[in-house]
Each structure stands twice: as C-alpha cells, then as structure tokens.
Design a protein around this ligand. Structure first.
Ligand code: NAD
Length: 535
C-alpha cells in the first residue's frame, strides 16, 4: 500500500494585515478585531516574564498549586459564561464545549494539584557499586519561560492546560492564542478576577507573525499544538536558536470495528468519536474500518442514527444544551478542505449516504457518512477535520492493522471488539501514541496518561508524569565526600591503573563474574590514586 508523504495544507497562510477579524461562525457576524503585537509589546511581555519567573521558581510547589486552584474555582463559578464565549468563537455545541473545555480543564487541574508536589520533589536514585561511597539524586528545576502556541479548536483548554503544567513546574508562560479563536480578554479577566499571580501567564495576540516574533525572543521551550505544516515551520524557526519544542500535531485517526461487538454501543461510540466538536478534534475518528460480518448492519444503523442528530444552524440558541448535537465548522478554510475531500472521494467513486453539503455559504456542515472509499482518496489519507465518517470494509485482523498503519500520521486510534486479547494485539500493532479500546479518544480523558503522537503527528508528551516533567530541567546531582582520596581514573594515567580498571570490567561486568577479584581490585583501586598521584 502506498503511504504518501503528508500533503497537509491545513495551515492558513500567515496574514500580513495589521487587524484580524474574529467572526462568530454560527452567524458569520464580526465579533471584534485583534491586532498583531508589535515588537515593543513582545519585548515588554518577555521583560515581565523574566522578572516574575524567579519568584515563581522560588515558590513551593504547594503554593503554585494554590494559585492554580484559584483558576479552577473561577472556572467552575463562571463556567456558563466561559462556555458561551467559547461557542461564540468556535461554534461548538454546548455539551461539546462543556465536556472538552470546562470538564477537561477541571479534571487535569484536579489530578495535577494532587500529584505535582510528589512529581517535582527531589528524587534519590541508585548509585552503582562501582561508584561506592557516592550518592545520586535528580532535582527538577524550572526551564524559565515557556511559549505556548495553541490551535483554534480547543481555545480555552489548549491555551490553559499547557500553561498550568508549565507554571506548576515553576516557569513563567507566554501564550499566543490562535487568531481564529483568540478569546480576547477571557484569560486576562480570569487571571485578574481569580487573583492568580500577576504576569505568571501572559497572553499575546496575533497571527504567525507574532508567533515568529515570540520565538525570536528566545523562550526556553515551545509547546506547540497545531497543524503539521505550521509545526514544521515552528521547529525550523526554533532550531536557529536550539530552542526545544514539543509538537502536538494533526492526525488521521483510524477506528477498527470487529464483528463481535455490541452493535448499539459501538455505533453510538463511533458516532460520537467522529462527530464530537464537529470532527474538529485532532483525535476524532477520521477513518472507520468495519469487519465484513457486521458491515451492512453497522452502516445501516449509523446512517439511521446520524440522520437523527441535530446539526448546527444559524438561529441556534447557544444557551440551550439541546439545541444542537453537532456544532458548526469554526473556520472558512476548514469548510473548503472538507468539501474538497468529499469531492475528491465522490469523483473517485465514493457514495455519500447522509449529509455531504452545507446550508448555502454557511459553516453549518451536517454529519456525513461516506462509503466506497479507499486509500487513493484524500478523505482516507489527509486530515479532513470535519464531521465526516468514511467507512471501509475489511476481512481480517492483519488487514485492519495494515490499513490502520497506512498513514503518515500516528496520533491516536480505537479498537472495538469483545475479545480483549485481540484488542490488545491490535493496540500494540498500531503505530500511534494512544489507543482506546472499546471507546474513542478516552486516553485523553485520563490526565495520568501521557498524550502525544508518533510519525508526522509530532513528538513530546503532554500530561501524565512525563508531561509535567517536560517543563522541568531534570538536573542530575552526584554527591561525593571531601576526603583524601584521589580517584583512580584521575591523572596520572599509569599502566597499573589501566590493568586494574580492566580487571574490574572482566570481574564485574562480564558474564563470568569473579566477586573475589572484583572486591580485591576495588579495594586496591581505592588506594592506588593516592600511591600513584602526581608529585
Ligand atoms: P495551525 O498550525 O494553523 O496554527 C496553530 C497556531 O500556530 C496558531 O496559534 C497560529 O497562529 C500559530 N502559527 C502559525 N504560523 C506560525 C509560525 N510561523 N510561527 C509560530 N506560530 C505560528 O493549526 P490550527 O489550524 O489552529 O489547528 C488545527 C490543527 O491542530 C489540526 O491539524 C489539528 O489536528 C491540530 N491539533 C493537534 C492537537 C494535538 O494535541 N495533537 C490538538 C488540537 C489540534
């Protein structure tokens, strides 16, 4: 099977205009404008960050946790207003906005408020016997200033959660929200009204131009979430200064359904996995593979249920959680990508069973099911990022794995079967960063699990223990005593020392160990440095 190089063209061209319109995708009304942040503004933000960071670094972790809990309390108290603001800019359904932004934020804060202190504590580690008499530990120190660059699809969550983890690790944070969904003023109001430490997390508005200025000001690390196309640019830019980057990029997640499933549950789960946030989630189902024994029944049921979903529409009452199930498409360029993928599929012989076209020039795209698809089509190879489920039939487990892995992406996947051993086999065989079994996207629901991709879906891990430590300098410390001892591997280099070091290797490390020789040589080596020292 031909695995093509990514032709990801999702990233919009960086705008050169000074003002950027922020539009409500439901009504297409202009909400407000943001401006590119000039160099002077960027410089000021970095000065503030450099001033506050040593203070954050000097705080006890428990004190940082207390600051973060102020944010949690503010979010819980003001959640309805926050959700409304998110919907105004993203067009999500209210329940999607609640679960993927508010609930997830509270969940991650809850978990890390409990585990941050333990994770960031000095950690004693074993010192090998060949270094007898010494001690070793790892201490976790802040990196300095973390630049967070989020995408437009989860503006609150993607802006806040990396910032909170970076702050817990003692860093100052600068966030440049997406120009498509900047949530202007929302974070600032949250920090001010909650009493969160001033300037610990600062917000800078603008497009990629501002993003580039922020990189040129040399943060100590970049946490980037977005498309592969922009990820490449950010990495190339950061490479000039050797700034480390974590890249959370796009995906083309497969979902594999075997024929021994509970049909009703699996159809419901897959439908949610494909249409949540209108498919504008990096880990929503982008390719669905259904085993031949259940294929016909599965397709019939999913089409029937999809037709019953309430799609987005221009007169939505966004305060009503029952007004729509599937929200609208946030950006105009994304609508064009969805349409071009569908056209390419139909031109090559695919059939649209429901949905497939939007209302006029609106961004209300109904949930869509396509069959008769294959891997020559964009809809099965490039990130569609819309409420579209293309379904393909497969026969065997081996074929499902081969199809699942036939992608340049490797973000996430799901496997559905009553046979958990088979699910485990398939989960291991899929080349991805995450797999949910008999569910979809749920690895992301557990903040104890690290999240991230392989292949062109990026690298680095976010959340989980490693995700917090990713914002730390894991500094290794080895402690020796002040004694008279001159180490045998120090100068002068002599033939006797060389011989003895060789004896240690053969007596201790080789397959045939000789403990007596090792002990005797070790004792001699302890004193030889003093006997053969430089005079
Ligand atoms: P994007 O790559 O267009 O933009 C992401 C961010 O990068 C924006 O804030 C943008 O202003 C900024 N940017 C653009 N050019 C830049 C440059 N040269 N230097 C610095 N910053 C620059 O992505 P998007 O369209 O906002 O988001 C959608 C993409 O994000 C999809 O591909 C989706 O799969 C991906 N995504 C991934 C994850 C994940 O965790 N893996 C999560 C959510 C979304």
């Amino acid at each position: 099977m031909d695995t093509k190089g990514s032709t990801d063209t999702v990233a919009p061209e960086v705008s050169t205009s000074a003002n950027i319109d922020v539009v409500n995708p439901i009504t297409l009304e202009k909400l407000y404008e943001i401006e590119e942040t000039a160099q002077g503004g960027v410089d000021q933000v970095y000065r503030n960050a450099r001033e506050i960071q040593p203070k954050i670094g000097a705080m006890r972790v428990a004190e940082r946790v207390a600051e973060v809990l102020k944010l949690r309390d503010y979010i819980i108290e003001n959640r309805e207003e926050l959700i409304t603001k998110v919907i105004m800019e993203t067009g999500k359904s209210r329940v999607d906005a609640f679960t993927s932004e508010i609930f997830e934020i509270c969940d991650v804060i809850h978990v890390f408020a409990h585990k941050a202190e333990k994770l960031l504590r000095d950690q004693k580690v074993t010192t090998p016997i060949v270094l007898m008499g010494k001690k070793s530990k790892i201490i976790y120190q802040p990196l300095g200033i973390i630049l967070v660059i989020p995408p437009w699809n989860y503006p609150l969550y993607q802006g806040l959660i990396p910032s909170i983890l970076a702050f817990l690790a003692g860093n100052a944070v600068i966030v440049k929200p997406s120009e498509a969904t900047p949530l202007k003023g929302v974070f600032e109001e949250m920090f001010e009204k909650s009493g969160f430490i001033k300037n610990a997390v600062q917000i800078v508005y603008g497009t990629g131009i501002t993003g580039q200025r922020l990189i040129d000001s040399r943060p100590d690390k970049i946490h980037f979430t977005g498309s592969c196309a922009t990820g490449r640019k950010v990495m190339a830019h950061a490479a000039q200064y050797l700034i480390p980057v974590d890249l959370e990029l796009g995906g083309k997640d497969p979902s594999i359904v075997f024929d021994d499933i509970n049909l009703e549950r699996t159809v419901n789960g897959v439908m949610w996995g494909g249409f949540t946030t209108s498919g504008q989630a990096c880990t929503s189902i982008e390719r669905l593979y259904v085993q031949e024994g259940v294929y016909d029944e599965f397709v019939e049921m999913i089409v029937d249920k999809t037709r019953k979903l309430r799609p987005s529409h221009a007169n939505r009452v966004i305060e009503d959680p029952e007004d729509c199930d599937v929200g609208c498409i946030t950006t105009a360029f994304q609508v064009h990508i969805i349409e071009s993928h569908l056209k390419d599929a139909v031109d090559k012989g695919a059939t649209i069973l429901c949905g497939g076209s939007r209302e006029g020039d609106s961004r209300h795209f109904p949930p869509t099911i396509v069959i008769g698809v294959d891997h020559t089509m964009k809809i099965m190879t490039e990130e569609t990022f819309g409420p579209v489920l293309p379904i393909m039939k497969f026969k065997t487990e081996a074929e499902a794995i081969e199809l699942g892995n036939d992608s340049v992406y490797g973000l996430s996947a799901s496997v559905w079967s009553r046979d958990l051993r088979r699910c485990d086999r398939v989960a291991r065989a899929l080349v991805t960063g995450n797999v949910s079994i008999n569910n979809h996207m749920l690895t992301e629901g557990n903040p104890h699990l690290p999240f991230g991709g392989v292949k062109e879906s990026g690298f680095g891990r976010f959340k989980g223990d490693v995700g917090l430590l990713a914002f730390s300098n894991s500094k290794s410390i080895l402690i020796d005593k002040q004694s008279k001892l001159i180490e045998p591997h120090w100068y002068p280099f002599t033939a006797t020392k060389y011989q003895m070091l060789g004896d240690i290797v053969t007596s201790f490390f080789s397959k045939k160990k000789n403990w007596i020789k090792f002990a005797v040589t070790g004792l001699k080596l302890d004193t030889i440095g003093n006997k053969e020292k430089l005079k």
